[in-house]
Design a protein around this ligand. Structure first.
Ligand SMILES: NC(=O)c1ccc[n+]([C@@H]2O[C@H](COP(=O)([O-])OP(=O)(O)OC[C@H]3O[C@@H](n4cnc5c(N)ncnc54)[C@H](OP(=O)(O)O)[C@@H]3O)[C@@H](O)[C@H]2O)c1
Length: 287
């Protein structure tokens, strides 16, 4: 079972989450969710937008794992005219076959079209009623967070954002605000430097660290594990996904790898700062 971070609600969130978006977007996630559960994953990241909450729920149900051992997130997409946040979450819970989610996020602040403060009131309602054990946000920039922080009474528990060394520098003000406010960072797209933007200035740095970790630990280490270790050492949760049991085991094994040294962390961030490469968050990075 993966280690956990403590959210500002006091609840624990396992540091590795298995996502049912990106590679599984709009697809039946049942088998891969089962695979992930059987491999030791307990944290699942779903969303209304992924249009597969029912199959996330089916995978969970088929595993027979006790609900209390799992951490399940879903995300609010849009509200239909006259629909409340509570109506929307209740519809998700029916699809998931669950009585509550552990974390409910506003997926994308731009979808609220000026109604962010109003949406947050609805989020607070589902939190108070226990339909969501924690509430948070995703793809929020500083200005979006300030709307919620200034108008709301509950501080978001998490901000799930694109987070890897090629956006690290641009994301720093946002990360600092989250830290100040006790908002956990969940990283998605964390493997982008090797999966979506290979050949950049990070490659030789990550390769050298991978070799060093292999020598120190006496076991094979992958470049994906090096990036995931960096995410953990920045204090973030890593939301990733894979169709392969070996890769899921790799993610779970990251916490047992020796720590990156402060010199290695600096080298990753210095190399990362040489290339700004956003894959997902145009709204936040504004280019
Ligand atoms: N909130 C949001 O707006 C938002 C946006 C995007 C994603 N997310 C969440 O984050 C989850 C993970 O997102 P992500 O896909 O961006 O995560 P990621 O960790 O950056 O990438 C995972 C993908 O990389 C592939 N991969 C891993 N190692 C590889 C290697 N060495 N070579 C080639 N491919 C490799 C995996 O494929 P294999 O099957 O081959 O292992 C998998 O498809 C999503 O499912 C979703 O839940 C949220």
């Amino acid at each position: 079972m993966a280690k956990s971070l403590t959210l500002n609600t006091g609840a624990k969130i396992p540091v590795i989450g298995f996502g049912t978006g990106t590679a599984l977007y709009g697809k039946d996630a049942t088998q891969l969710v089962r695979l992930a559960l059987d491999t030791g994953i307990t944290h699942f990241d779903g969303a209304q937008m992924y249009n597969n909450e029912d199959t996330l729920g089916a995978g969970i149900k088929a595993s027979g794992k006790p609900r209390g051992e799992l951490f399940v997130t879903t995300k609010l997409n849009v509200l239909a005219p006259g629909e409340s946040v509570k109506d929307s979450l209740k519809a998700s819970l029916v699809k998931l076959g669950l009585e509550y989610v552990d974390l409910f996020l506003i997926h994308d602040p731009t979808k609220a079209k000026g109604d962010l403060a109003k949406w947050w009131v609805g989020m607070e309602e589902v939190y108070r009623e226990g339909l969501a054990k924690a509430i948070g946000v995703s793809n929020f920039k500083v200005e979006d967070l300030n709307v919620v922080l200034e108008s709301g009474t509950v501080v978001p528990a998490a901000n799930q954002i694109e987070f890897h060394p090629y956006v690290w520098k641009a994301a720093e003000p946002l990360i600092n605000l989250c830290k100040e406010q006790g908002i956990a960072i969940e990283s998605y797209g964390g493997l982008s430097p090797i999966v979506r933007a290979p050949g950049g200035p990070l490659d030789p740095v990550i390769a050298a660290i991978r070799e060093r970790l292999e020598e120190t630990s006496g076991a094979p280490v992958s470049t994906g594990q090096v990036l995931t270790k960096w995410i953990f050492q920045k204090g973030a949760v890593a939301v990733t996904t894979s169709s392969k049991a070996e890769r899921i085991q790799e993610f779970l094994a990251v916490e047992n790898l020796p720590d990156l040294t402060s010199k290695e962390i600096d080298a990753i961030e210095e190399a990362g700062s040489k290339l700004h490469k956003r894959v997902f968050m145009r709204h936040v990075f504004g280019e």
